[in-house]
Design a protein around this ligand. Structure first.
Ligand code: SF4
Length: 432
């Protein structure tokens, strides 16, 4: 009888890829098969996120539920960023947890399941050259790590403390994964890193030193690959060479994530983001000039310590000037081990909520204005998702979510679609 593995993944795309690595290692080294039903699982893993306090609180209530539902003798493990920063504290608070595996120790998963109460959270453990077994949760696109960790010190961010220092993954390992993905039928891939456009700054051992722009060129030379996406680039490293390549390379999808965080140069300094309001606006303007059809998404934090009405107004001003196609906005959440955790000039929670509502309202107004331009537009869609409502969905090159009436025959195929129905976040159309 094969053993059953249930894995729940919280948080970002990096966590999705880490979960795929754990599934592959446990399947090929320990013969675990995936199950969607945690009550029949022999092993339950929660791959956690620590970017804000809420997911951390959610973890302990979830652990309680899994512990009640699990079958006799089943094991429970906690992985990911919360595992990295809470470590053995998790076992103290939830003694039925069998192991804790930090975000930088994924390659040890097949070992820790055999140890009771194991806590593997070494923050400088180097997996950058580890050739993980292969498993993909999608047939049509692949997530590919190009670096681990982060060398920035953004004062609100816990990631450098949970994922460690930044090390680039060697080019040959990346190209191997790209070629294997294309052989397996994926036509789109997502290059992942905390700071993708900082690629090549540091490797473990001797490896060919190239920067991110050159990496994009090399990856785009792989035959059979049609689309390249990446996340997350840092606005500081968006130099002209990078933007030119982004514009002229047909395989690079014309959607760019540019995490702003705040529009105030004073606050960006307190956040240690390394760029100013003017630099960000200059880069966004350049990008729109080079690629008029580009969709730009961003992250915004409101209520960061010391944020004044004028700072907030600067954020709204950048939003008006750039007209982001997608905005992920949050209230500041103090994180342990970060510099800002000790900042005293705390913003009143009600003011922070009011500012968040203003950011979201302005974004909705922008979406309502922008969506009109897509009516009757013809876009090429890569279909990846079969829905139960008789629709098949996919994304355009510039990341519009588009659905058409259809069947599984469309999955994994590129089709031209004329958009005939609009909504804020997704579009409907017909294949032409
Ligand atoms: S760049 Fe800043 S926000 Fe992004 S992961 Fe690194 S420290 Fe966190």
């Amino acid at each position: 009888m094969s053993k059953k593995l249930f894995i729940e993944t919280l948080g970002c795309a990096m966590n999705v890829r880490d979960s795929e690595h754990m599934i592959a290692e446990l399947n090929q080294k320990e013969s675990y098969e995936l199950t969607e039903d945690s009550s029949e699982a022999d092993l339950i893993i929660i791959n956690t996120c620590s970017v804000r306090e809420k997911p951390v609180q959610k973890l302990f209530s979830e652990l309680g539920v899994f512990n009640k539902k699990k079958k006799e003798g089943a094991k429970i493990g906690v992985a990911g960023c919360t595992a990295s920063h809470l470590g053995k504290e998790i076992i103290k608070r939830a003694p039925y947890v069998n192991f804790v595996l930090g975000a930088r120790n994924v390659s040890k998963v097949a070992e820790v399941i055999h140890k009771d109460r194991a806590v593997e959270t070494e923050i400088d453990y180097d997996e950058s050259q580890f050739a993980f077994k292969d498993f993909r949760s999608s047939l049509y696109k692949s997530y590919i790590n190009i670096s681990i960790g982060c060398d920035k010190q953004c004062t609100y961010c816990i990631v450098p403390h949970t994922r460690g220092e930044e090390i680039s993954i060697p080019l040959n390992l990346i190209l191997d994964e790209v070629e294997n993905s294309v052989k397996r039928g994926a036509k789109e891939l997502f290059l992942l890193g905390q700071n993708v456009n900082n690629y090549g700054r540091r490797f473990s051992g001797k490896h060919e030193k190239i920067n991110f722009t050159e990496l994009l060129r090399r990856v785009s030379e792989v035959e059979g690959l049609k689309r390249i996406r990446f996340t997350s680039p840092h606005p500081l490293h968006m130099d002209d060479e990078f933007l030119q390549e982004f514009a002229k390379n047909d395989k690079i999808c014309k959607s760019m994530h540019m995490p702003l965080q705040s529009g105030s140069t004073k606050l960006l300094k307190d956040m240690k983001r390394g760029y100013s309001k003017e630099w960000f606006l200059d880069r966004a303007k350049k990008l729109r000039e080079l690629v008029p059809e580009v969709s730009i998404s961003t992250d915004i934090i409101v209520g960061f310590p010391g944020e004044s009405d004028a700072d907030h107004e600067d954020t709204l001003d950048v939003m008006r000037q750039v007209g982001f196609e997608q905005v992920f906005s949050f209230k500041y959440s103090p994180r342990p081990m970060t510099e800002a955790e000790n900042y005293t000039d705390v913003v009143d929670p009600q003011i922070a909520s009011k500012r968040l509502a203003e950011v979201q309202e302005l974004h909705n107004d922008t979406l309502d204005r922008l969506k009109e331009r897509n009516l009757n537009k013809v876009v090429e869609v890569y279909f990846e998702e079969l829905r139960s409502d008789g629709f098949v969905a996919g994304r355009s090159d510039n990341n519009l979510l588009v659905k058409v009436k259809g069947s599984e025959e469309l999955l994994g195929r590129f089709k031209n679609v004329r958009i005939n129905r609009l909504s804020r976040l997704s579009f409907e159309g017909e294949v032409i």
